[in-house]
Design a protein around this ligand. Structure first.
Ligand code: ADP
Ligand code: ADP
Length: 223
């Protein structure tokens, strides 16, 4: 079964249609890019797919389960666009807190936190406070919390938008690492250059509607 299945999804805020007639499938192990300008409906879509907001209409199934099934929670990682980093916390404490939000036991967290810190190249900063971290380091910590519970599926909302070129490259490398490890990634971005480099397939969204969907090569390099 696909990692994500969406049929005729729609979200209306008041009289503003944020997303309409959205249908797509994301296969397991795929890096799927959701590309569009600000205000296109990307964040609204991610929030519907991970159960943070309720669609106005339509069907969503994620990892073979209906939306709202909390059993799926631990298998889904999420890095929001404007993440609250609680900068007074140490990196270890921050990840410990988020691990508990994903439902991990204390012993699971204790084992896993050094692993994820190593994956994002920050094992030497476990005891540093987040306020001493650069934007790029914070975003790597953000990805570390998204993957702390070993999810099968990760949603990343504009993970590189505030970063310099080195920070962007680090995030791209982590996305490639996730794919190499069989994790499905749903990536929101307004940057063509980002999705082009890491995604297998993309959907282009404009004003709440998908304008095109397909493999990156076909969509972006077709004459
Ligand atoms: P994107 O992530 O592509 O920038 P969003 O999903 O954040 O787009 O927003 C899509 C549209 O829905 C925008 O016009 C935005 O202003 C509107 N919108 C988003 N959230 C709300 C909300 N809570 N209430 C009203 N309008 C909203
Ligand atoms: P940003 O402009 O920083 O991308 P977001 O789109 O993430 O902001 O929105 C920040 C918060 O404001 C979210 O909770 C979102 O749902 C809400 N929001 C966004 N657009 C609107 C809107 N037009 N009316 C009301 N709330 C909105």
């Amino acid at each position: 079964s696909p990692a994500i299945y969406v049929e005729n999804l729609r979200k209306v805020y008041g009289n503003k249609v944020a997303v309409e007639s959205l249908s797509l499938e994301v296969q397991q192990g795929e890096v799927f890019g959701f590309l569009g300008p600000n205000g296109a409906g990307k964040t609204t879509t991610i929030k519907m797919l991970n159960g943070l907001i309720t669609p106005t209409a339509g069907k969503v199934s994620v990892l073979g389960k209906k939306l709202g099934d909390l059993g799926a929670r631990k298998q889904i990682g999420f890095l929001p666009e404007h993440f609250r980093f609680h900068e007074w916390l140490k990196a270890y404490e921050f990840l410990d807190f988020h691990g508990s939000l994903y439902g991990m036991s204390k012993s699971e967290r204790k084992k896993r936190i050094p692993e994820v810190l190593k994956l994002v190249g920050l094992e030497h900063r476990a005891d540093s406070r987040l306020r001493t971290f650069s934007k790029g380091m914070l975003q790597r910590i953000g990805i570390a919390q998204a993957i702390i519970a070993n999810p099968k599926l990760v949603f990343l909302d504009e993970p590189t938008s505030a970063l310099d070129p080195i920070g962007r490259r680090d995030v791209r490398d982590l996305i490639v690492f996730l794919r190499d490890n069989g994790v499905t990634v749903f990536l929101n971005s307004h940057l063509l250059s980002e999705v082009e480099r890491v995604c297998d397939r993309i959907a282009i969204i404009k004003e709440g509607k998908v304008a095109a969907i397909g493999p990156v090569d076909e969509l972006l390099h077709a004459e």
